[in-house]
Every structure is written in structure tokens, then in C-alpha cells.
Design a protein around this ligand. Structure first.
Ligand code: SF4
Ligand code: SF4
Length: 388
């Protein structure tokens, strides 16, 4: 028959949705309540009912549907779904699969999403950092006040005033690890989002072309994200938008501090640590406080809303705990240094470096990648006249 469309369900894909946290997907009977109660969705071709249908029917093309990223996981749909199909959780599972679909190498993406590989993933930065410390001679010997080597066997902590720079006595030491890690993460994210952008333009269910000024629209989209305008439309988990805003502000402050520190080190040749109330220090304190406040409240509200909105899976919690570890170890290593507890300050700083490495190096494969995929989808929605 002319115009007939044959849909072939991909059962493997349905199993993947279920394994990724969308285990309730088959309960949906397409009543559309979820799309009606969803505040952020545009009126035309609203989500998430159509994504539930696509996921149920094993249509992998749903991963190219930009609408999965316009959902902000507020869970209003999950609360009102009469079948307990938890569409908010299914949308979350689809986003996880989207990140894994576009990240390269796919094997690493799979490992990051699987709790069985967690220790192996942590072991990589630990061994890498220990290897660099060994290479620089700050492990296996004791380092004196002026960097001189005092003991020539065993693991020993630097003597005298606590200065974390003593662990990496050359400029290249710490940057040797973190600069390539950052370039790796940025390159993988950029490649992934470029492939994703191409796909949503070719395969979007709305078949509309993007139009207008890319830079102008990108600025408007970033402004929307910074103000959390769409996020604030959610009702059930409304406080999440405020907590998320604190985490985002913390990241921005700490990114500025890192850039500033890099400039100080490489261009101005100022040595750390900076004095307690220096602007860079104050900014680091504000950033850390915002990060910890936001992430702590996210943990609390996820637990409080678990019954209504779902607790989330390993993938969600991995990201939450890594962000928490970055903030907590950063704060604690600073406190231990201030009060002069050498035995705790250096190991905590080592844990801080490990968690920072984990956060950034694996960013293209974790929930951290939502920053770029959601931005791309929101930009597409804006430029294609999606009305979002
Ligand atoms: S997910 Fe729930 S609310 Fe949405 S269409 Fe299916 S059954 Fe209805
Ligand atoms: S979780 Fe919120 S934003 Fe996402 S589809 Fe449901 S109601 Fe809409």
C-alpha cells in the first residue's frame, strides 16, 4: 500500500532502555497524561508520550530526538502517570543512552555506566598520579623544607610547612596530568556533540531546518540555561532548579579560579599558596561552598522525593558523588593545611586530585556531558522554531 510505514521493533534496544533505568517503559498505555502535565514541553508534538512510544517500540531513532534533552527531569509526569510508567525516569534513561551512543570509544562509555568497572576507573587516576609522584621523586623519599630529599626509602610526606606544590616540585608536574586529561575530555565531547548536531538536523522528527544567527542564538540559549528559565517551570521537584543553580555557580567560580591559577603559574610566576583573603582564595571558597551546598541539597531532595519521582540509578548517583567528592576533598585538604595536620592534608589533597581527574577525564561519558548535549538540543529547538 502506498505510503505505508513498516516499523520493526528493535528488542535489543528495548532491553537496553530497561537496563539503563527505564524498566517501567512497557507499562505505558499511551493515555497522554504525561504530556499534558509537562510544563516545559512545547504544545506542538509534545513530549514525553511520543518518546515513551518510541522506546516501547524499540525505535533507536529516539536517541536523535532533541526533545529527550528538553526534558529537565522534574518528574511531574512521573507523579501523574496513572500506570506508574515513570516517563521522567525513562527520559533519563534515554539521555544516558544518548551520551553513550555519541561518546568515543563506546567501550569506555559502557564501562563508566557499569558499576562493576568503578574500581578500575578509579585505579587509573590513582596509579597515574602515583606514577607521576614517583617520577618526580616526591614518593619513595622524604622532601625537606626546601625541597631536598631526606630519606631514600619508603613512602614519606614532605616535611615542614604544608604546601601542596611540594608534591609536584616542577611546573610541569601537575599540568602534565591534567592538561592532557582536559584536552582529551574536550575533544571527545566536541566530537560527540558534532555528530549529535548532525544527526538531530538530519533525523529530527520535526523535519525543520535551523535558521538564524548561530552565535546570537547560542548566547540566548546559554542565558536561558544560566537563569534556569525552563528548569523553573517544573513543579514536583522545584527546589532542584535552585540546588542545580548552586552547583552550576560553584563550577563556574572554580573554573575561573583554575584559569586564574594557571595564569598565575605560567604567566605571572606567582607561587601558591595564596594568602588567606586573596581574591583567588575567596573565589575558591565561595565556589566550593556553592558546589557543596547545591550537591548536598540535591542528595537530600532526591532521597525525600524518591517515592514520588524515583531515586535515580547508578549513573545519576555516580555523578552526584563525584561532584560531592571534589568539593568535600577540596574543602578538607584546605582545612587540614590551615590547621597543619600534615598526615591528613597531603593524602586528602591526593584524593582531591583523583576526584577532579575522575570528574573531568570521564566527563564525556558521565552525566556531566548533559551540559553540552542539552545546550545543543536547546539551541536546535530555538533555531528550528520548536517553541522552546
Ligand atoms: S507514560 Fe503514563 S501518563 Fe504517559 S502516556 Fe504512558 S501511561 Fe500515560
Ligand atoms: S520529567 Fe518533567 S520535563 Fe521531563 S517530561 Fe516529565 S514533566 Fe516533562
Amino acid at each position: 500500500m502506498a505510503g505505508e510505514t513498516v516499523i520493526k521493533p528493535d528488542l535489543q534496544f528495548v532491553h537496553q532502555v530497561i537496563a539503563s533505568g527505564g524498566d517501567t517503559v512497557k507499562k505505558c498505555y499511551q493515555c497522554d497524561t504525561c504530556s499534558v502535565v509537562c510544563n516545559p514541553t512545547p504544545d506542538a508534538k509534545p513530549f514525553p508520550r511520543k518518546e515513551m512510544l518510541q522506546a516501547q517500540w524499540g525505535q533507536k531513532s529516539v536517541l536523535k530526538d532533541p526533545d529527550i534533552w528538553l526534558c529537565h527531569q522534574c518528574s511531574d509526569c512521573t507523579v501523574y502517570c496513572p500506570r506508574g510508567a515513570k516517563p521522567g525516569e525513562v527520559m533519563n534513561a534515554l539521555r544516558k543512552m544518548c551520551i553513550q551512543e555519541y561518546a568515543i570509544p563506546p567501550q569506555l562509555a559502557k564501562m563508566v555506566g557499569d558499576s562493576r568497572y568503578l574500581l578500575l576507573l578509579i585505579a587509573f587516576p590513582v596509579l597515574l598520579l602515583l606514577g607521576v609522584l614517583k617520577f618526580l621523586g616526591t614518593i619513595g623519599v622524604n622532601v625537606g623544607e626546601h625541597g631536598e630529599k631526606l630519606i631514600h626509602q619508603g613512602i614519606a610526606l614532605p616535611e615542614g610547612t604544608i604546601r601542596f606544590a611540594k608534591l609536584f616540585p616542577t611546573l610541569l608536574g601537575i599540568d602534565f596530568v591534567f592538561v592532557p586529561a582536559m584536552f582529551f575530555a574536550v575533544a571527545v565531547l566536541a566530537l560527540g556533540v558534532m555528530r549529535y548536531w548532525k544527526d538531530i538536523n538530519e533525523a529530527s522528527p520535526f523535519k525543520t531546518k535551523v535558521e538564524g544567527n548561530l552565535v546570537g542564538n547560542l548566547i540566548a540559549t546559554l542565558k536561558d540555561i544560566l537563569m534556569h528559565n525552563k528548569f523553573r517551570l517544573c513543579e514536583t521537584t522545584y527546589p532542584r532548579s535552585t540546588n542545580h543553580l548552586f552547583v552550576l555557580a560553584g563550577f563556574i567560580f572554580l573554573a575561573i579560579v583554575t584559569g586564574w591559577g594557571f595564569l598565575n603559574e605560567w604567566v605571572l610566576h606567582h607561587e601558591s599558596p595564596y594568602f588567606l583573603f586573596s581574591p583567588i582564595k575567596l573565589m575558591a571558597m565561595v565556589g566550593t561552598a556553592a558546589l557543596l551546598y547545591g550537591i548536598f541539597n540535591i542528595i537530600k531532595s532526591r532521597q525525600a522525593n524518591a517515592e514520588q519521582a524515583g531515586l535515580g540509578g547508578y549513573y545519576d548517583w555516580l555523578f552526584i558523588y563525584v561532584v560531592f567528592a571534589v568539593g568535600a576533598t577540596g574543602l578538607l585538604s584546605w582545612v587540614f593545611r590551615l590547621v597543619g595536620i600534615r598526615i591528613l592534608a597531603y593524602p586528602t589533597y591526593f584524593l582531591h586530585l583523583t576526584s577532579v581527574f575522575f570528574l573531568f577525564f570521564y566527563a564525556p561519558y558521565t552525566k556531566m556531558a548533559h551540559m553540552v548535549y542539552r545546550t545543543a538540543a536547546m539551541l536546535y529547538a530555538r533555531m528550528s522554531g520548536r517553541g522552546f
